[in-house]
Design a protein around this ligand. Structure first.
Ligand code: HSE
Length: 311
């Protein structure tokens, strides 16, 4: 019989949030991944079980986002020989745009830190989680890992130093998420992006990002509505998502404050100022995609302020 361990949950997240490519993201209440960590029987960190991944994840700690983030923490503590077993229960889809690999990376390092009672804050282990996620998409950015670990709406001022700020979230802000069952790999979705964008568009995007942050602090829903407009990335990725513009029109028609692509897609999100509007968006999505015979999952969520938790 295996020894009792500790269990953590790390939530899915929505990155970019229309106006903050690579620098803005928020955590959802669900779905998310579960990681179990317990004392092992042989030296070192070993992944002993992976469920819900359909054989797609490596048991090699150095090639697994949850394993690697935890291993980097152990390395920093000089504890790589400590006998630890890790189980990964994937409870969310791959390539969905909901930060699946980030949830695993955040969960992995958080679970081991809790298990060892390191006393390190989430802020202090964030870098290891970002390094874990980097295994999956090749780039170093915390817009999924940050919210998944820390919770809330996280603005990353600088991805290199991981200087971030958890933004104030107005009461009532909620989200409808639509996940059409196609897979988009972040690496590929990043690969199609132009390296250079028009100066005029950068000015528009900067205005929208600044105004969005101000609107969050002043609970100004009308300013959120005017700000949530992505002129840089959404136009380059929308074609990857079936019926994106149709869905956007329906969501805005149902009263959403804004609608865009979640992370690298194909999931989409609609920020709303009340539950009824988010439910109306979900209803519209179910009708639209049913007509086109595309199966979807939908999620309603508040902004999850807790991030990774032990349960
Ligand atoms: N900011 C990232 C992107 C999120 O859109 O490519 C997905 O990792």
């Amino acid at each position: 019989m295996s020894k009792p361990g500790i269990k953590v949950f790390a939530p899915a997240s929505v990155a970019n949030v229309a106006v903050g490519f690579d620098i803005l993201g928020f955590a959802l209440e669900r779905p998310g991944d579960e990681i179990i960590v317990r004392e092992g029987t042989k030296p070192g960190l070993h992944i002993t079980d992976i469920r819900g991944a359909g054989g797609r994840l490596s048991y090699d700690v150095q090639k697994n986002t949850a394993g690697y983030s935890a291993w980097r923490l152990l390395e920093s503590l000089g504890e790589t020989q400590r006998p630890i077993e890790m189980e990964i229960h994937k409870k969310m889809p791959f390539g969905s745009g909901l930060g699946s690999s980030a949830a695993s990376a955040a969960g992995g390092v958080f679970a081991v830190s809790e298990f060892l009672r390191t006393g390190l804050s989430k802020h202090e282990i964030l870098r290891f989680a970002v390094e874990g996620e980097q295994l999956a998409d090749g780039a170093f950015h915390a817009d999924n890992v940050g919210p998944s670990l820390l919770g809330g709406m996280v603005l990353i001022r600088d991805n290199q130093t991981l200087d971030f700020k958890k933004l104030h979230v107005p009461h009532g802000l909620c989200v409808a998420v639509i996940y059409p069952h196609i897979e988009i790999l972040t690496r590929e979705s990043r690969g199609i992006l132009k390296r250079e964008v028009p100066f005029a568009d950068v000015i528009i995007q900067s205005g929208n990002l600044g105004a969005f942050v101000a609107a969050m602090y002043t609970s100004d829903f009308d300013l959120i509505r005017r700000s949530l407009r992505d002129v840089l990335v959404e136009p380059q990725r929308a074609h990857l998502i079936p019926h994106f513009y149709n869905m956007k029109e329906l969501a805005l028609g149902a009263g959403a404050l804004g609608f865009s692509i979640s992370g690298a897609g194909p999931s989409m999100f609609a920020l709303c100022d009340n539950t009824a509007k988010a439910e109306a968006v979900i209803e519209a999505a179910e009708k639209l995609y049913k007509t086109h015979k595309i199966s979807i999952n939908t999620y309603f969520s508040k902004i999850n302020q807790e991030g990774a938790i032990r349960f």
